[in-house]
Design a protein around this ligand. Structure first.
Ligand code: NAP
Ligand code: SF4
Length: 736
């Protein structure tokens, strides 16, 4: 067996219960926890289907998304809660479906009280201190209310047990209620729940102690303990050890690791975080407690998890997003087929970004995730009479997603790719330092093409004639995009390069650079040109460099684990080049980047010393290749007409790189239609503006599961708009 430690059983509760392996599917909000209301009853069958699929895939222990123990603990209005018999009954479908899928798989319900992170006016906390990322100042709980909150945790645990869960995870990290009581940052009380550390951890230990007393001896209690707060006013290492020991004494079965509060400004799970970048924190706790320790964050392949366990940094490994990307992760590891795993690339685009927008989660590399009911046809073999010969033009993300899914269903698929390798835009993305995970996606698709006998024709430029003569039933245009050339006088100067020249063709770039366009690609180019080069292997990203760059003190000499701002311990990397990133829109640059990652890209480039200017107009590029721009500046002395002063500036640069968006490439379409062929467009060929890999893969996969029943030109997309608009509307009302 290739992963002997990871796949070995783990006894808990003194041997009363055993996990079949050391893989914990970590909790994450998917949007399925609230279910849908039918006839006054909350239907959680979508959540059940989602977890059952993961149980069938071999995971040992599942932890659900957060469920509040009472209304005040809601994450947002009417979020999931477990406090009534009706709510208990609605969860039975989840535990039953998981049990039917694999009776050995264990499932625990996470109890999450959001405290001051609650996006609703009923939010409470240890003290009335508003969070920097919250909307409401929480009401400080009275001592009596703290007692009743503990009772609510016990009640939720008993209901979870009755609903068939094998345990609960008590969420004590990430800056939620229990963590808020523990940290001086948010706890200003002077009663028995505040002041000394012993008082501040009392809520945590009382909850665990009382849940242990109330539940069956084999009931699993996981406590998620914030081992590195990454905020000022967090716990010191000695305090964290004291808490770990107290939680063990109170009767927990497993201590899971929590890294960073939600309000911390240190990336902890994004793709730029090195693999296993925080397992050293759990390793520090080893030997301090005897119950199993679970580690987490940016562990996305079995060999990484196995290494962590072999190095004795932890006893088990939690992975959440990797199970969105591939529900069969564990079974593939068991079958020695890790090269078939669809790897989570840490982009957050379809999981966390969706959750923050109020949309059901999905996965960029696996659109089926959390939408299992919509993708059932993906596993049905196409009926004999409907099997087609399909030509796919282009082996970028959309072409690959279409061809591998359609071929798996039994269609006969030929892919024409004009370059010598598959991957399209992913081949540029993988070169961006911190985005090396895209190598894995390309590896995955290569394997799938081979596995499903897709006829891959590399170095092959399809023409209307070749496609018309090929005897295909339909043609899928996945030809992608061409970069937009902005209309600026002098744009054809030889010092002007497109992002494709820079990223794909690696043309030489001088020491000073202006980047036109600050969307996802402008930021990527800024990152690429700031560094020397990506080393291309996600495993080799240097953890210590990363921690130093972001000011994380591995010795944890300061409470919270951060260097002081003026501490020489923090050593941010600086850019190799003098870079200016520009956009015409006013306001912050990169506003359209992902909700949970945009701030990382912005602060990363800022740390590297990249200048960012918005609200510019591009006047011209002169004969020396310098860029002339005009922009407004805020100054006390406004110009005569009362408007902000305009400044003209000449950026003396060696190169200008254009990252000004995209136009669709559809050159074959008309010719094919004129010959009466059935043509579909997917990815950039269908929609270039605002297109990203998430939409491209989703759209292509949805076509692939029904192509035989689709009419020429049909486009199938995820309906994410309505839910998001409803949430925005509701947030508007609440804010008002
Ligand atoms: P984009 O995000 O639409 O950005 C295009 C940029 O070009 C904007 O900053 C726009 O700003 C500028 N622009 C547009 N028309 C222009 C013109 N005529 N002249 C000068 N500037 C112009 O497109 P992208 O950067 O090409 O990215 C493509 C897609 O991939 C996007 O959906 C993006 O989100 C996604 N992507 C995401 C990431 C990520 O990290 N999340 C990374 C790469 C790509 P102004 O109009 O204000 O000048
Ligand atoms: Fe991972 Fe991105 Fe999928 Fe989220 S959307 S699970 S981060 S690959």
């Amino acid at each position: 067996m290739s992963f002997p430690k990871l796949l070995s059983p783990l006894p808990l509760n003194g041997g009363l219960v055993t996990l079949k392996n050391r893989v914990l599917m970590g909790s994450m909000h998917s949007g399925l926890e609230s279910g849908s209301v039918t006839g006054g009853f909350v239907d959680l069958s979508r959540m059940g289907r989602f977890f059952a699929r993961r149980a069938r895939g071999g995971v040992g222990l599942i932890v659900t998304g957060g469920v509040a123990p009472n209304r005040a603990g809601w994450v947002s209005p009417f979020a999931a809660k477990m406090s009534t018999a009706d709510e208990m009954r609605s969860h039975k479908v989840v535990t039953e479906m998981v049990g039917e899928a694999d009776e050995e798989c264990k499932i625990a319900m996470q109890i999450l009280h959001s405290g001051r992170y609650g996006y609703h006016p009923l939010a409470v906390g240890p003290s009335a201190v508003k969070s920097p990322i919250g909307w409401f100042t929480p009401k400080a709980l009275s001592s009596q209310e703290v007692h009743s909150t503990i009772d609510d945790y016990v009640n939720a645990s008993l209901l979870a047990q009755e609903a068939g869960y094998h345990g609960v995870e008590i969420m004590g990290s990430e800056g939620y209620l229990i963590n808020q009581f523990i940290a001086k940052r948010t706890n200003f009380r002077d009663d028995e729940w505040g002041g000394s550390y012993e008082n501040r951890i009392r809520l945590a230990t009382e909850i665990v102690r009382k849940v242990r007393e109330a539940t069956n001896p084999d009931f699993i209690i996981i406590f998620r303990l914030s081992m590195l707060d990454l905020v000022k006013g967090g716990s010191s290492w000695d305090e964290i050890v004291q808490l770990g020991k107290a939680i063990e004494a109170a009767g927990a079965s497993i201590i899971n690791t929590g890294i960073g509060w939600h309000e911390a400004r240190i990336p902890t799970i994004a793709t730029s975080v090195p693999r296993k970048g925080f397992t050293w924190v759990t390793a520090k706790m080893k030997g301090e407690v005897d119950i199993p320790l679970c580690t987490t964050n940016r562990i996305n392949m079995p060999h990484v998890a196995e290494q962590v366990l072999q190095d004795q940094e932890a006893d088990m490994v939690s992975m959440a997003r990797p199970f969105l990307a591939d529900p069969d992760f564990v079974n593939k590891a068991l079958a020695n087929k890790a090269d078939e795993i669809n790897t989570c690339i840490g982009c957050n685009q379809a999981c966390l970004d969706h959750t923050f927008k109020g949309i059901t989660a999905s996965c960029l590399v696996n659109p089926e995730s959390c939408h299992e009911d919509e993708f059932e046809k993906a596993y049905e073999t196409v009926a004999d009479g409907k099997r087609q010969r399909i030509a796919v033009v282009g082996a970028g993300p959309a072409g690959l997603a279409f061809s591998t899914t359609a071929a798996r269903r039994g269609h006969n698929v030929t892919v024409f790719e004009q370059s010598s390798e598959i991957g399209g835009q992913f081949n540029m993305a993988k070169k961006i330092p911190g985005k090396e995970e895209f190598y894995e996606t390309i590896r995955y698709f290569n394997k799938q093409l081979e596995k499903h006998d897709v006829d891959l024709q590399l170095n092959s430029r399809a023409s209307v004639e070749s496609l018309a003569e090929g005897g295909f039933d339909s043609v899928v245009l996945a030809t992608g995009i061409s970069p937009r050339t902005p209309d600026i006088p002098g744009i054809d100067h030889p010092n002007v390069l497109s992002y494709i020249d820079v990223l794909r063709d690696e043309k030489p770039v001088g020491k000073s650079v202006a980047i036109i366009g600050a969307g996802g690609i402008g930021f990527d180019v800024g990152e690429f040109l700031s560094h020397d080069k990506s080393d291309g292997i996600a495993d080799n990203m240097n953890i210590d460099d990363y921690l130093n760059h972001w000011g994380v003190d591995k010795t944890m000499s300061q409470a919270g684990g951060l260097f002081d701002e003026d501490d020489s311990g923090a050593r941010p990397l600086t850019s190799l080049r003098d870079i200016t990133l520009l956009q015409r829109k006013k306001g912050k640059l990169g506003a359209g980047l992902g909700k949970t990652t945009g701030w990382i890209h912005r602060s990363q480039l800022k740390k590297m010393g990249v200048k960012m200017v918005g609200g510019v107009s591009y006047d011209k590029i002169d004969e020396d290749g310098n860029l002339h721009i005009t922009y407004s500046v805020k100054s006390k002395s406004k110009s005569k007409d009362g408007k902000p002063s305009k400044v003209s500036e000449v950026l003396k640069v060696d190169n200008i790189v254009t990252c000004a968006g995209q136009l669709p490439l559809r050159e074959l379409e008309e010719g094919l239609q004129a010959r009466g062929m059935t043509v579909f467009r997917v990815g950039g060929a269908e929609e270039a503006g605002e297109l990203d890999a998430k939409k491209a893969i989703d759209m292509a996969t949805r076509l692939a599961i029904r192509v035989e029943d689709s009419k020429a030109g049909d486009v199938h997309v995820m309906d994410e708009g309505r839910a998001a608009k409803a949430i925005d509307f509701m947030r508007g009302i609440l804010r008002g």
